[in-house]
Every structure is written in structure tokens, then in C-alpha cells.
Design a protein around this ligand. Structure first.
Ligand code: KIV
Length: 285
């Protein structure tokens, strides 16, 4: 008992197997949804790991969430290295079960495959198990170059925030037949190039589900892409309801019904695993 009431008992950490690429493939084949959240610091990373999130993404969304930038364009490789290292350290203070993905920031991989390799090595040496890069078409040779050198790659199609200015805003992508066909071609090329994971952001649920069925060795992780993807990702601060801007339609505030951060993250994991989140009637296009 404290001056503020009786503290609830702290639940023990469940024993879990470390997440690896074969384990993700197993989840996929068994039909179990993969859960992912963003993490930017040691404490939240440890809490998310303890709550059972399988993949943590040190997203360049930290530009907005942590640095107060207007977009991800201003995020540097050094900033990504620093936060990847913080998250990795946080994981090692607990069980370190989560699969850690480091986001390659704007301008760190477009110049050449060699530049992409150098940037990827920075994040891998900071503790990442996989790097993520945005875009399709021109990125396939880069993905192949990295994958052949033993660096697991997560691709990212649909709304790619680093190109927000070229896209004309944060809009749903792949809505026309032509745009959907391009997205499908890019996704298949990325799988052939060796991408082991693919974030699909703000694309119609039907298209994302079709792509998921076609990509057997590249796990689709949706954000605003409906319930038919192999897994789901949200920005941590969005699902905790502490986004200072407008809450996107595809987000649910899990903190509203939970008593604490770990409870909110556990509720997210359960909702994704049980197919209750996202609800296509509320969160999809
Ligand atoms: O940077 C990020 O957080 C992301 C997710 C939104 C997928 O790329």
C-alpha cells in the first residue's frame, strides 16, 4: 500500500523464444499475426518487449515524435544510430526477445548501393537485426545488394513518408487500377530481390490482402492497410493516445481502456493476434 492506494502486483515476464527470421516464417505459416510497434528509447523498448510485441521498429517517425520535426525528411543517420543503440540496450536489460528493425533515413541509401550498405552497417552495428528502406522499383537492386551481404531487409510501399512532398501529402496510395498494378509489381520485385518483410502503409485493405496472399516469403506488415496483412504496426505514441497532432483513422487508442503502458501494449498484441484490430469497418480504406 502506498499513499496513493494499493499497487497492483507486477506480473512476471513470460518466457518467450527470441524472434528470428525462421520464427517469423513459422508465425506466418501458422496463420498467427505478427505484431510490431515503433520504439525510440530503452524504457519503452523494454516495456514493449515484456508485453509480447514481436518486432520493434526504430522508425524515422522519431523525427516527428521525439525531435518535433514537421516530417521524417530531416532525420539523420546519426540520429537513427543513436536511437537504435538506445532501443537495443533497453532490450538487453530484459529478455531481448524482440526482432529489432532500424529505419534507414532520408538520403542515406538513394545515392548508390554502396552508400546503402554503409548506412545499413551503421544501424546493424548499433544493434538492429534488419534495416528498412522506402520505395519500389529503383530500390530492388539495393535490397538485393544488402540481402546478398547478409543484411535482412524490410521494404516499405504505399504511403512512403520520406517522399511525402512528391506524393502531395499523407494520402492513401494504390487506389486506381494503375497505381495498384505498380504497387503489386514493386512488391513482387522486392520479394524476388530478397526483402524478408514489407510494410504496406495506407493502401486499400483489399489490395493489401491480395498482396499478402501473393508474397509467401515476404511478410506484409500493415499500417492503415486493413486486417488482411501478415502483421500490423503502429507508431507507439499514436496507440498510447499521446499523438499531439490529428489521430489518423487507422489508429486505435489502446491506453484509453488500459491502466498503464504495458497493459495498453498487451491489449494491442491481443487485439492483433485475435483479429480484432484493425477493424476494417473503422480503420481501413
Ligand atoms: O517510421 C515509422 O515509424 C514507420 C512506420 C510508420 C511503419 O515507418
Amino acid at each position: 500500500t502506498t499513499p496513493y492506494g494499493t499497487l497492483p502486483p507486477t506480473s512476471p515476464l513470460p518466457q518467450r523464444r527470441a524472434i528470428s527470421l525462421p520464427r517469423l516464417q513459422q508465425l506466418r505459416e501458422s496463420g498467427e499475426k505478427i505484431t510490431m510497434l515503433t520504439a525510440y528509447d530503452a524504457t519503452f523498448a523494454a516495456v514493449a518487449d515484456a508485453a509480447g510485441v514481436e518486432c520493434l521498429l526504430v522508425g524515422d517517425s522519431l523525427g516527428m515524435v521525439c525531435q518535433g520535426l514537421p516530417s521524417t525528411v530531416g532525420v539523420s543517420l546519426e540520429t537513427m544510430r543513436y536511437h537504435t543503440e538506445c532501443v537495443s540496450r533497453g532490450l538487453h536489460r530484459v529478455q531481448a526477445t524482440a526482432w529489432l528493425i532500424g529505419d534507414l533515413p532520408y538520403g542515406s541509401y538513394a545515392e548508390s548501393r554502396e552508400q546503402a550498405l554503409r548506412s545499413a552497417c551503421v544501424l546493424m552495428q548499433a544493434g538492429a537485426h534488419m534495416v528498412k528502406l522506402e520505395g519500389g522499383g529503383w530500390t530492388a537492386p539495393t535490397v538485393q545488394f544488402l540481402a546478398e551481404r547478409g543484411i535482412p531487409v524490410c521494404a516499405h510501399l504505399g504511403l512512403t513518408p520520406q517522399t511525402v512532398h512528391a506524393l502531395g501529402g499523407y494520402r492513401v496510395q494504390g487506389k486506381t487500377d494503375e497505381a495498384a498494378a505498380t504497387l503489386r509489381r514493386h512488391a513482387l520485385e522486392l520479394q524476388d530481390a530478397g526483402a524478408a518483410m514489407l510494410v504496406l502503409e495506407m493502401v486499400p485493405a483489399k489490395l493489401a490482402a491480395e498482396l499478402t496472399a501473393e508474397l509467401t516469403h515476404c511478410h506484409t506488415i500493415g499500417i492503415g492497410a486493413g486486417s488482411g496483412t501478415a502483421g500490423q504496426v503502429l507508431v507507439l505514441h499514436d496507440m498510447l493516445g499521446i499523438n499531439l497532432g490529428k489521430m489518423p483513422k487507422f489508429v486505435h487508442n489502446f491506453m484509453a481502456e488500459a491502466g498503464d503502458v504495458r497493459g495498453a501494449i498487451e491489449a494491442y498484441v491481443q487485439a492483433v493476434k485475435q483479429g480484432r484490430f484493425p477493424d476494417d469497418a473503422l480503420h481501413a480504406w
